[in-house]
Design a protein around this ligand. Structure first.
Ligand code: PEP
Length: 255
């Protein structure tokens, strides 16, 4: 059975003290999780060691990073390798967020290499995909997302794919307050699962967690997570307040 996951992406927010307080608040209110229901917290790099300490001994709450570099080590000033992430206790790495694609010009070929680095270093990869508004308006979103997945992931074998979680994040819904409708999310998630099934078989596709991201809040999470192919969420803005994030976790647990 595939896992339900709620993952926090803090982006470039919060200093160390603010981050500590937020994690303390999340831990204090955390309901009981289990093997099938996980929470991931992906703070900025400088928080990782501190957050790792706070999460120590907490079952089913994992540390995530927001990015890693596409090379193993060496003269890449300012970059962070997947093995460094692993060494501080990181379990997940987010790859291919639309902000990385847009502002840092990360293309599918680079994201495929970053995915390889994550997997080679024992990290699970949350691979993001999603279309801009003009693509949605032209109703060509299925082909657009399919290309991102094929070019970013289809060099992997089925065993490697077990350590991939896909996050569908329509760019027009990220940080805009405009959420995809439950039907729009379900339609795309079903399409992504069909794309995976066509390449890797139904079992692999059925076992893959596919998260929705884009203005997900406590008020809309239950409806989104009730969709058959939506296995949780990647949460930006609403992950910065403990009560809101806990409300979304609650919706995942009840779904
Ligand atoms: C994100 O950037 O991954 C995201 C989903 O952001 P928000 O929840 O703020 O739309």
């Amino acid at each position: 059975m595939r896992k339900k996951i709620v993952a926090a992406n803090w982006k470039m927010n919060l200093n160390l003290e603010e981050g500590k307080k937020l994690v303390d608040g999340i831990i204090a209110g955390m309901p009981t999780l289990n093997e099938q229901k996980e929470v991931v917290i992906a703070p900025p790099f400088v928080h990782l060691a501190q957050t790792a300490g706070q999460l120590q001994g907490k079952a089913h709450i994992y540390l995530g990073a927001q990015n890693c570099y596409s090379e193993t080590a060496g003269a890449y000033t300012g970059e962070i390798s997947a093995s460094m992430l692993k060494s501080v206790g990181t379990a997940y790495v987010i790859i291919g967020h639309s902000e990385r694609r847009e502002y840092f010009k990360e293309d599918n070929a680079m994201l495929a290499k970053k995915t390889d680095q994550g997997l080679a270093n024992g990290l699970k990869v949350i691979f993001c995909c999603g279309e801009p508004l003009e693509v949605r308006d032209a109703d060509t979103q299925n082909a657009y997302v399919e290309k991102q997945i094929k070019e970013g992931l289809f060099h992997l074998d089925a065993a490697q794919l077990k350590n991939i979680v896909i996050a569908y994040e329509p760019i027009w819904a990220i940080g805009t307050g405009r959420t995809a409708s439950a039907q729009q999310a379900q339609d795309m998630h079903a399409h992504i699962r069909a794309v995976i099934a066509a390449q890797y078989g139904k079992d692999t596709a059925d076992n893959m967690s596919i998260l929705y991201g884009g203005s997900c809040k406590p008020s809309n999470a239950a409806e989104l997570f009730a969709c058959a192919d939506v296995d949780g969420g990647l949460i930006g803005g609403a992950s910065l307040k403990a009560d809101e994030f806990l409300g979304i976790i609650d919706a995942m647990i009840k779904a």
